[in-house]
Design a protein around this ligand. Structure first.
Ligand SMILES: [Zn+2]
Length: 358
């Protein structure tokens, strides 16, 4: 564990935090820019900040001695791409980092993060005009696509500082649509990161010890959460993440009834966690008693850091508070700021009630 020197912290609003964090790049395994930002944004509300060996960042708010320890977890990484080969003509072929649908890749604007800095490019493919009839009906797989940075040759690419292994992020700038709706990159899971910062802000004094963890490599198998949970060894944990908002054409109520703007979602079960009934009761009671809107979801595919934390040591009671978000795992997603605010309020309301349940 390394104690991060208390550098200058910054206090911002939900909107400002989301803008900063969404515009930052943290493709899985290369979360440094987001981690540095998270450190600064959590500093004003933490007694101590640590970084562990996998480079999870842990902000600690100390409670009374021997009081229960609660871990909040929000993953800092985002789905993206990684440079795999550089062709002699100067095109970058890539691999995917995390679950991305190949159909949304062509013609996207991207940022290649080389050791000399960020470079813009677009994802190119064979033009439709010269595709055969059958080819046009097929999904173009990612390994037939390439990133075009306008270079002339492999030498040209390497002279710009680009190397195999460089992370590539989608290039979408944060935008507001009206008062409450935001669109941007990587809301999965910068929305959870913002919720965590906001919860620390709202918490002020607490008897319990809070460990707010920005985790790494969630999108490739909940890896950071595994070591962070072992190290923190909490009594209880809540993962703050996004969930699919199904309120768009073509989604059946059966698949999900969660809607954007209607409050945080509480998960009964997903593919990694059956939330312990006691944990679910605790979260639902907190929402009901403080009149915070919430939604229930169950039978989801996919999982969150909570699934991994739950299986740590002899088992750690864990649950999820999720922000309904449209179009996750695509280059751009959409959510409402009030869902983030309510998720933070619910986190704090639940923490206040811990001794009644555990
Ligand atoms: Zn996520």
């Amino acid at each position: 564990m390394v104690i991060v020197k208390a550098q200058e912290g910054i206090k911002l609003s939900i909107n400002q935090n989301l803008e900063k964090l969404s515009n930052a790049c943290g493709v899985t395994g290369r979360e440094n820019e987001v981690r540095e930002l998270m450190t600064r944004l959590m500093t004003p509300y933490a007694d101590e900040i640590l970084v562990d060996k996998l480079e999870n960042v842990i902000a600690i708010k100390k409670g009374k001695e021997k009081s229960p320890k609660i871990m909040l977890a929000a993953h800092m990484d985002e789905v993206g791409l990684m440079v795999k080969t550089i062709t002699k003509e100067g095109f970058l072929q890539f691999t995917k980092m995390g679950g991305i649908d190949d159909r949304i890749l062509p013609a996207q604007k991207v940022t290649v993060l080389s050791r000399k800095g960020a470079l813009s490019g677009i994802i190119g493919s064979k033009p439709p005009h010269i595709q055969k009839e059958e080819e046009r009906k097929k999904i173009i797989a990612f390994d037939e696509l390439f990133i075009d940075i306008g270079a002339e040759s492999k030498e040209n690419v390497t002279s710009l500082g680009i190397a195999i292994g460089d992370p590539v992020a989608f290039d979408i700038k944060y935008t507001r649509l009206g008062e409450d709706v935001a669109v941007g990159k990587a809301f999965d899971n910068r929305a959870g990161c913002v919720t965590m910062i906001e919860a620390l802000k709202l918490m002020e004094k607490t008897d319990f010890t809070i460990c707010a963890v920005g985790t790494v490599q969630e999108e490739v198998g909940l890896r950071g959460a595994a070591t962070a949970a072992f190290g923190v060894d909490p009594d209880l944990a809540i993962a703050l993440d996004v969930t699919i908002a199904g309120d768009v054409p073509g989604v059946r109520e059966f698949d999900t009834s969660v809607k954007m703007g209607k409050g945080p979602a509480l998960t009964i079960s997903d593919s990694g966690l059956i939330t312990p009934p006691k944990v679910l009761r605790w979260l639902i009671d907190a929402a009901e008693e403080e009149k915070i809107p919430f939604q229930i979801e169950s039978g989801l595919l996919g999982s969150t850091d909570a699934a991994r934390i739950y299986l740590t040591r002899q088992g750690i009671l864990s649950g999820n508070i999720s922000i309904p978000t449209r179009y996750i795992h695509s280059p751009v997603s959409m959510l409402t700021l009030r869902d983030i605010e309510n998720s933070a309020k619910l986190t704090v309301a639940a923490i206040k009630r811990i001794s009644r349940y555990f």
